[in-house]
Design a binder for this molecule. Structure first.
Ligand SMILES: [Zn+2]
Ligand SMILES: [Zn+2]
Length: 345
């Protein structure tokens, strides 16, 4: 099969690999649609301690089951599904306390390698975190399950009480998914960013927008603020944007080794809460799939262009240069003409 393989930090290539076969409890998907994600670029640029190279790239995909391994329960060939990344064990202390997103076993064999014709779904993911796609939901939209589930996890971390007003700092795909999911919850969202097309997309999702270059946000007095940049300087700025008693959700992942410094008086006297947010649980993925199916959240405006798997290099290059938001590559049966938008940053 054709696959895009990261061979070293900063290097990847198209290779002909043997198609994966389903081990016990596993399924093999024919990839129908896979999305580019900032994480793919981060891994390409700096590698990751937990991912050994070479590795087939890509992790957000919708596919059709073409092989079912021995002993796999509940799934059949021909079904359209989206796999979560992790397969929580369901029995450890994290899983038992409602934090299946943190289950270490669940992260030991992850769904990875979506920029290929076929994708192996680990047995633990099949058991706990493989989701059927309802009829009528397009492949491209369904493939947003993982990032939307992460956003839903963030909403749950901010719950009790739910915020009425929220600053979303960063207008990339994740910031826009936050914006798209704020309206159905009745939350007033302000998206802070700098690229006009992305801010326009945020406005179409019903958010107020602030261009950080023209109008640095200050003293907004909102209930909560969420970082969608992974920039330590933004993390440090967010406590000043929320009201006394407000909450800051540290959602965007910073580079390994990053440190942050906060104004101790602000955190103490104004009782600002700093809340971490990582990954998602299978339950949150189910909620995300329901929101996609009902069109409560429609992520399709985030797909800047679609193409074939062979278009991946120019899509990754465009994303690296900050052009567009996300790109979708389709399996051969769905190959459609690829087009890139004109430069728009
Ligand atoms: Zn991703
Ligand atoms: Zn567990």
């Amino acid at each position: 099969m054709k696959a895009f393989v990261q061979t070293a930090v900063g290097q990847y290539e198209e290779r002909d690999l043997p198609a994966p076969r389903a081990g016990p409890g596993e399924v093999i998907l024919r990839v129908r649609a896979a999305l580019t994600c900032g994480t793919d670029l981060k891994l390409l640029e700096r590698g990751h301690a937990a991912i050994s190279l070479p590795v087939t790239m890509g992790h957000e995909a919708c596919g059709e089951i073409v092989e079912v391994g021995e002993g796999t329960l509940g799934f059949q060939t021909g079904e359209r599904v989206v796999p979560g990344i992790s397969g929580p064990c369901g029995s450890c202390a994290d899983c038992s306390s409602g934090s299946a997103n943190l289950c270490a076993a669940g992260h030991s064999d992850r769904t990875w390698g979506a920029f290929a014709e076929f994708l192996r779904v680990p047995a633990a993911v099949v058991r706990a975190n493989l989701h059927r796609v309802p009829d009528g939901l397009p492949d491209e939209a369904a493939a947003f399950l993982d990032p939307l589930a992460a956003v839903f996890h963030g909403w749950n971390r901010l719950d009790a009480p739910a915020p009425q007003t929220l600053v979303i700092y960063g207008a990339g795909a994740l910031g826009l998914l936050w914006a798209a999911s704020a309206r159905p919850r009745g939350v007033g969202a302000i998206v802070v960013g700098r690229h006009a097309p992305r801010l326009e997309a945020a406005a179409r999702f019903g958010a107020e927008v602030l261009n950080v270059d023209r109008e640095p946000p200050a003293g907004l007095g909102v209930d909560a603020a969420v970082d969608c940049t992974g920039d330590p300087r933004v993390w440090e700025r967010l406590p000043s944007l929320v009201r006394p008693g407000g909450r800051v959700l540290l959602f965007g992942g910073c580079a390994p080794g990053a440190w942050v410094t906060f104004d101790a008086a602000r955190l103490h006297y104004s009782e600002i809460s700093l809340i971490g947010s990582f990954h998602s649980t299978p339950e949150e993925a189910r909620s995300a799939m329901a929101a996609l199916a009902s069109r409560d959240v429609d992520p399709r405006p985030l797909v800047t262009a679609s193409g074939a798997l062979s278009d991946l290099p120019r899509f990754l290059d465009a994303q690296r240069r900050g052009l567009g938001i996300r790109y979708a590559v389709h399996g051969r049966l769905e190959g459609i003409g690829a087009s890139l938008p004109p430069d728009e940053t």
